[in-house]
Design a protein around this ligand. Sequence first.
Ligand code: NAI
Length: 248
Amino acid sequence: MKLLENKIALITGAARGIGRRTAELFAEEGATVIFTDLKETDSSKELLQILQSHNPDSSFYTANAASWEETEQLAKTIIERYGRVDAIVNNAGITRDNLLLRMTPEDWDLVIQINLRSVFNYCKAFIPYMMKKRNGSIINTSSVVGVNGNGGQCNYAAAKAGIIGFTKSFAQEFGSRNIRCNAIAPGFIRTAMTDAIPDEARQKWIDDIPMRRVGTELDVARVSLFLASDLAEYVTGQVICVDGGISL
Ligand code: NAI
């Protein structure tokens, strides 16, 4: 039996990158996948086709994860259509890096809104439905930067550290209802963004990673798969670093 057979999973900001790879893996493992992103793109259309080739009920919705109103409406729409959601991966995130001296209040607010407020939005909007079913797994995407901090990323590190505090608190509030909540903390993952880093700088980062390689989107997706599946049915409130050991 596949690991997510008969499960319905929702992934935010999944049109590309880690979210997209997670959506593909979840579908390969039997899930009906609902994914969101800010707008419809060639990549979101292509992903929807792939997901529907595994399970025709898979779907895509445009929604700004930072907006409470849009999230609340989306939750109603999804529950009307599917009746329940078994797993949520809060993946949507952005960076607006700068040294604190140059960081604008707008870039602070934007990063907190999109990375941290979105986690609040999806957890709050879907928790009443998960409570009715007494079942659910929430996976929040933090970062090693949220665990260790990183110069030039005060806004992002604060949001990602906030996600860890939120995750542990949520796990305490809803454990008795059989709703689990964990965070993943990816390290240096190979994506379009990290490919743009000059070779020399990239090699310097790699030299600091105990496993001497960057991570892949699949490395991260597999940990989300474990947490979404019943294999992790007694795991809650944890932060799992997917980082080749860089946070050690
Ligand atoms: P990405 O930039 O490739 O993909 C992020 C997706 O989120 C995009 O499709 C974007 O349109 C969507 N998005 C952005 N704002 C949104 C909003 N307000 N509402 C809905 N969707 C929105 O990013 P990547 O690299 O795949 O990262 C995914 C998650 O993993 C993020 O939370 C990121 O902070 C986290 N992460 C990534 C690492 C990396 O090395 N790539 C390392 C650690 C954490």
